[in-house]
Unconditional design. Structure first.
Length: 268
């Protein structure tokens, strides 16, 4: 059993749920919570029964961002030096772990996702939010900082520079339905339906061949940096490899046998 104080870890069917659970701070992403998330992800990756992950929050908020009251310079370092080192050692490894996790990760945003909390959600493969939830990036107008933990990367690509600048410079709160309309997140749902809906999405995503989440991430990333002809060539190269893989063989057999494919033992 994983010993945690800042998060709750549970499982239902093929889905593991990680819930940020420090309600007194609206689930502020302190270093202890970050380390517990990294350890939990290691455990989930090694568990063959877990095929997908839901990341959510307990209480009224998803994540209020950095725990500003807990920021302290250490030793002879300035505060900036300490936080930059902590980002190198813990925060960025967590964000990159989510972004590159070998199983699908769905963020179920149940309330406010502020600052680093919004960045944490956007690092996941899919973001669904309660209609009452909102996203806010208060770095620049409230703190004199740039959005971090991947926020500038995601905002520029999902919203375009003009809308990204508006959100970042004004600190505007973006409600769940508006975040869907702008293309920042996938869906917004009534708050009471969010946990079950996220579970269903994660179950469906986890039923796909296990290597496909990495394949799709790479394909969509390539599409944002290449011209159309280059992307066609990328797709041709990947199909050349994937058509000879176990997943395609199982999918074809299942189609011909009029049954659902079973990718649990597929490796490629």
């Amino acid at each position: 059993m994983l010993d945690t104080t800042q998060i709750e870890v549970s499982a239902e069917g093929t889905v593991a749920t990680l819930a940020l659970a420090n309600e007194a701070t609206r689930n502020a992403l302190n270093l202890a919570m970050q380390k517990e998330l990294l350890a939990a992800l290691d455990r989930i990756e090694a568990d063959p029964a877990a095929r997908a992950v839901v990341l959510t929050g307990r209480g009224k908020g998803f994540c209020s961002g950095a725990e500003l009251g807990g920021l302290r310079a250490e030793g002879s370092e300035t505060l900036g030096e300490t936080v930059a080192r902590q980002m190198d050692e813990t925060t960025h490894p967590l964000i990159e772990r989510l972004r590159g996790f070998p199983k699908p990760v769905i963020a179920a945003v149940n309330g406010a996702a502020a600052g680093m909390g919004a960045s944490l959600a956007l690092a996941c493969d899919m973001v669904v939010a309660a209609e009452t939830a909102f996203f806010v990036f208060p770095f620049a107008p409230n703190l004199g900082l740039v959005p971090d933990c991947g926020a500038t990367w995601h905002l520029a690509r999902r919203l375009g520079p003009a809308r990204a600048m508006k959100l970042a410079l004004t600190g505007e709160r973006l409600a769940g339905p508006d975040a869907v309309a702008l293309g920042l997140i996938a869906e917004a749902t009534p708050a009471d339906a969010l946990p079950r809906h996220a579970q269903q999405l994660a179950t469906a995503a986890g039923a796909a061949p296990p290597h496909m989440v990495a394949e799709l991430r790479a394909a969509f990333d390539a599409a944002l940096t290449q011209d159309f002809t280059a992307q066609l060539e990328y797709e041709r190269r990947r199909q050349r490899t994937l058509l000879d893989g176990e997943a395609f063989a199982e999918g074809t057999t299942a189609f011909l046998e009029k049954r659902a494919p079973d990718f649990r033992k597929v490796r490629s």
